[in-house]
Design a protein around this ligand. Structure first.
Ligand SMILES: [Zn+2]
Length: 425
């Protein structure tokens, strides 16, 4: 009761429009696809004309474009694509000159080099939080319920104190280091938790600890949500076994807002009231329909995705389109002796292995030299399974790449995002 009160007071102070947005989203979740798309078109037109009027960057880019003439969502194709480089290079120019009542400074760590720092208005920030809370509601979770949180560990003692205080206000607790004792204490606290969220690799580690050491299983978990990292097939069984519910995923980025949230039927519904998602050459292109301070329009986020067919209807009843899978990060090429390959190949290799042979592996591939790869696996492999893996690798890279397979490698989760491919080239 008290936690709920504290949570709501904090929320009302920071995000006064969140309740309005939540009510809106709970209503629009029953809309037909026609209604959803009509809303998207209306938002798109107003976003494009606002950006054109108030941002120096878009004034130039959209000079020849008349959003009032847009008659369907397909007209979005008239707009140029926005790359990550564009956003970093023109951050200042992209910001709109308009007097927003309240803005938050947002920072996202770029995967390489400079962070992106930009402003997000209260309305867009609240919309995004409300979108997350709507996702929670699909699993009967309310944000103020007791929750365990897995995130990075790089806290000094004084910072730990501050983090703990802020966590307490949100009825939240987390692990502070990666030693087994810290994890065990955390697992004990999970007995009283209703949901768990954070890096999926860390959720997996704690599930493994519970299962391997036969620790008492938390009995009241309603939702386990993985963010920011790939959820490997090998994680899923372990997590379900430890917590009694499957791990679900939330997909999004700070600058785009929530892109998709998994429903109780296991489908990732696109947050259509907040974003337009296009799939171009297997890549995701996102338009953030709510943020006006820093318009993100047709943005190449840098992930490979696969959208489900638009005919597929989810039995949960929501009409929102479905994101079938986030297949991998873009940008890191794999260098053979002669050819260059997309890192997406690793996804296929391990997906095939799981689908054809039911071999589920947790992997990290490292490249330090051209033509050579190291496959680090968390699991042990018998000779037969290793042979299967070698066959799959060969079918994608033939003899252009030499490689070694290292089983039983523990990744250092929590240190950084757990990437499936690391290239030093
Ligand atoms: Zn659904």
């Amino acid at each position: 009761m008290l936690h709920k009160l504290i949570f709501q007071l904090g929320e009302r102070f920071r995000n006064p429009s969140i309740r309005k947005w939540f009510a809106f989203l709970k209503q629009s979740e029953n809309w037909s696809i026609k209604e959803l798309e009509a809303y998207q078109l209306k938002q798109l037109k107003s976003l494009v004309s606002f950006a054109k009027a108030h941002s120096d960057y878009y004034k130039e880019k959209f000079a020849a474009i008349d959003p009032a003439s847009f008659s369907s969502l397909a007209d979005i194709a008239q707009l140029p694509i926005l790359s990550k480089e564009d956003v970093l290079l023109h951050t200042e120019k992209i910001h709109t000159k308009h007097n927003f009542k309240k803005v938050f400074k947002a920072t996202t760590s770029g995967s390489s080099g400079d962070p992106l720092v930009y402003e997000r208005e209260e309305s867009a920030d609240s919309f995004n939080r409300a979108s997350i809370f709507r996702g929670y509601s699909w699993h009967n979770v309310q944000a103020h319920e007791r929750n365990g949180y897995f995130w990075g560990f790089d806290f000094s003692t004084s910072k730990q104190f501050k983090v703990k205080l802020l966590d307490a206000l949100q009825n939240r607790f987390r692990v502070f280091d990666y030693k087994e004792n810290a994890f065990k204490k955390f697992v004990k606290k999970l007995q009283r938790a209703r949901y768990i969220h954070g890096y999926s690799s860390m959720i997996y580690q704690s599930a493994k600890l519970i299962n391997d050491q036969k620790l008492p299983k938390p009995k009241h978990i309603k939702m386990v949500k993985g963010t920011s990292e790939k959820i490997y097939d090998s994680y899923k069984e372990e997590i379900k076994k430890a917590f009694g519910v499957p791990i679900i995923s939330e997909y999004g980025a700070a600058e785009t807002g929530i892109i998709a949230f998994e429903c109780a039927e296991g489908n990732m519904h696109i947050n259509m009231e907040g974003v337009i998602v296009e799939e171009i050459d297997n890549q995701i292109v996102v338009t953030n329909l709510q943020m006006k301070t820093f318009p993100i329009i047709r943005y190449q986020l840098g992930d490979y995705i696969e959208l489900a067919s638009k005919d597929i209807k989810c039995s949960c009843g929501k009409a929102h389109y479905i994101l079938k899978e986030v297949t991998g990060r873009i940008g890191e090429n794999v260098y053979g002796k002669k050819e260059i390959y997309p890192s997406l190949y690793f996804y296929y290799i391990f997906k095939n292995l799981a689908n054809k042979h039911n071999i589920k592996l947790t992997y990290q591939i490292i490249q330090k030299e051209k033509g050579i790869l190291i496959f680090n696996l968390e699991e042990n492999l018998n000779t037969k399974d290793e042979q299967k893996l070698r066959q799959e690798i060969h079918s994608y890279f033939a003899n252009d790449i030499a490689y070694s397979i290292c089983p039983n490698v523990q990744k250092n989760a929590g240190k950084q995002k757990n990437k499936s491919f690391i290239s030093y080239l």
